[in-house]
Design a protein around this ligand. Structure first.
Ligand code: CTP
Ligand code: MG
Length: 381
């Protein structure tokens, strides 16, 4: 069965507040919409994924979804339901999953259950979760108790026979916009199957939800750390670039790229923290396209790979080992440059320097060495 997915991401996030709509803001280094899209793309049963955004937010969407195999459709409507209807016109598969970008974490077993229901002949299926709290009618004075066993919370993604969902929306006559597709299909007289949802799928609506989602996500991560080491010898054409900063010096370092020994050590540590190989594997010196390349690019690439495996970098520490030039005057610039490349705060980056008391190759001024350690968190294996 091929099922396409529509992720609606055209809201303003007014209840969350804070300027940029919530779907483009990051948890664990990734915008919500990127989390949501990656979760669906990562499931073998899900086919083309389209993201519905406001026409005025295409640039934010492109930045948030760069490199992912998704189609961005600037078809957002005035209401969530209108955004879904606009997107539905573009769906070409017999079944469709409709999902909120505001639900970043979608466990794969939930998708399994939705697909199994559709495969077994259900035409509409939704994930639901039970309620643990006592329920009662709202009011300044508490109203009647409501039987909590009698109600569930309905989440997304919701799965449908595409033709059914189209005709259900066409027959929706209420002036109120529905808040999900299951309501539309039920109003159309078609029964909706329920499968077990997951609290990881809860929608992020208010700032308190945001804090809770960050904590929930963090609880599924384990600490990682890895080291990196690099050496370059003097003899290059210059300029001397260390830690992403050009340093006036009478000699440059030799290397295939810009020979930035500190960024290379940090890149290797970063790759190591997520078991992603080493810098030589990703940027082989034999590959002409990296000749003279700025090492910013290597580090940014490693950071993007780390984000894509759900990793979070907590801290970077690098020691530069040389007699000259003096690193101290450039330390602040290096920290700020590296923090920018990695999307970290300057306080999360530390640069140290030492000599080797004139001993060894660094002591004789033949080259510069750097070693780095990255502390990070990654999804538990
Ligand atoms: N959505 C949409 N088009 C709209 C309104 C909402 O695509 N006109 C999307 C949102 O981007 C979100 C999902 O529908 O992914 C669920 O909506 P909600 O949580 O209400 O998000 P917002 O409408 O953005 O938030 P708010 O209601 O607080 O403004
Ligand atoms: Mg809304």
């Amino acid at each position: 069965m091929t099922i396409s997915a529509l992720i609606v991401a055209a809201g303003e996030g007014s209840r969350m507040g804070g300027g940029l709509p919530k779907q483009f803001r990051s948890i664990a280094g990734k915008p919500l919409v990127r989390h949501a899209a990656s979760a669906l793309l990562g499931h073998a049963g899900v086919g083309p994924v389209s993201i519905i955004v406001s026409p005025g937010r295409v640039a934010d969407a492109e930045a948030s979804l760069a490199g992912l195999d998704v189609t961005i459709l600037p078809l957002g409507g005035d209401t969530r339901a209108q955004s879904v209807r606009n997107g539905l016109d573009r769906v070409a598969t017999p079944h469709v999953l409709v999902h909120d970008a505001a639900r970043p974490f979608c466990p794969s077993p939930v998708i399994d259950r939705l697909l199994a229901a559709l495969q077994s002949g259900d035409r509409a299926v939704v994930p639901v979760v039970g309620i643990a709290d006592t329920l009662a009618a709202a009011g300044a004075m508490l109203g009647e108790r409501i039987d909590r066993e009698a109600v569930v919370r309905v989440q997304t993604p919701q799965g449908f026979d595409t033709a059914l969902l189209r005709s259900a929306y066409a027959s929706w006559t209420s002036p109120d916009a529905p808040t999900d597709e299951a309501s539309v299909v039920r109003a159309h007289g078609v029964a909706v199957r329920t499968v077990e949802g997951d609290i990881m799928l809860d929608k992020l609506t208010s700032p308190a939800d945001w804090a809770r989602a960050e904590a929930l996500h963090g609880a599924n991560l384990v600490a990682r750390s890895a080291t990196g080491f690099d050496v370059h010898c003097f003899g290059g054409p210059g300029p001397l670039v260390i830690g992403g900063i050009e340093i006036p010096h009478d000699r440059g370092l030799a290397g295939h790229s810009d020979a930035d020994v500190a960024l290379h050590a940090i890149t290797d540590a970063l790759l190591g923290a997520f078991s992603l190989g080493d810098i030589g594997q990703h940027f082989p010196p034999s590959d002409r396209q990296w000749k003279g390349a700025s090492s910013d690019h290597f580090l940014a690439h490693a950071a993007a790979l780390a984000r894509d495996v759900g990793g979070i970098v907590d801290h970077v520490d690098c020691t530069i080992i040389c007699e000259a030039p003096k690193i101290g005057p450039y330390r602040g610039l290096m920290r700020s440059r590296i923090a920018t490349i990695l999307g970290l705060k300057e306080a999360q980056v530390s640069i140290k320097a030492t000599t080797t008391e004139r001993l060894g190759f660094t002591g004789r001024g033949e080259g510069i060495a750097a070693q780095a350690i990255v502390s990070a968190r990654a999804p538990a294996p």
